[in-house]
Design a protein around this ligand. Sequence first.
Ligand SMILES: [Fe+2]
Ligand SMILES: [Fe+2]
Ligand SMILES: [Fe+2]
Ligand SMILES: [Fe+2]
Length: 299
Amino acid sequence: MFIDVSRIPVTGNARIDQAHRDLAAMVNVLFEQWRDGVDGAELKAGFELFLRAVGRHFAEEEEIAAAAGCPNVPEHAGKHNALLVALTSHVHALADLTESRVGDRRIDLFSLIDQMLYEHEMLDDQEFWPVLSAVGHSVDVPADAPLIVWSRALETGHAEVDRQHRTLVELLNGLDAMVRRQAPAVEASELLGRIIDHTRCHFQWEERQMAGIRAPGAAAHRMLHAQLLTDMTEAVAATGGVPTLDLMQYLKFWFIDHIRHVDGDLARSLNAMAAASARPGQAPSGPPGWSPRREAFAG
Ligand SMILES: [Fe+2]
Ligand SMILES: [Fe+2]
Ligand SMILES: [Fe+2]
Ligand SMILES: [Fe+2]
């Protein structure tokens, strides 16, 4: 074990405390993989998943702290952003190192991640403890508030990407409303199934766009889609296929994090490609439009 989970201080909120333990467990698994000599690409993929888990935790923590009335949440969010940027740059720097030099740097990286998380949880997250421990383990969200409020922060700047995301957000909000009013389980699980299919289809669309413009980072983006679908399927299976409020929170932070921190790069690549194609004298090029495979109609 690299990080001793027992030394992580509690904040007084069960979801935040569980997320802190889960992040430490992820680092411990990555450390063991590194020590066992796992393939560099696999380790890097694991670090990408870790970064996304950190991003989701930060977003959830900020929301819980704000809902509970904790002080200095905007400042805390600024620290989260800085921490995520720093962690991301350290992880990405690994990709630029040759295999022979990478070993020494990775042990440094593990120590750095441990130190950064521990310091933040000890010095910053503890600021929430007096409020969160008084509020208790659950922080109520107003009954009529949608699960996800669409805002400019969720816009990627690419009209079609944003349109598809808004549809997904509306579906999730609809399902959340169903869960809250305790709609019949069969109706809620039908909509949940539809959301998973819709998500899979949206991911395939994005992956086709990435392939069409040879977008940088496409492999990592595809991996995160696959991971999200696997996680979603597992989380749904854990509820017996019937969505719960906890599952909705889980889905919410997965989607927000993916839209804000992953799809933004795709949108920028698509916009850059469209701008280049629009220049005078430039032959139009870009991602393929919708062209279903012929075999889709076979039989
Ligand atoms: Fe935290
Ligand atoms: Fe925090
Ligand atoms: Fe997306
Ligand atoms: Fe995506």
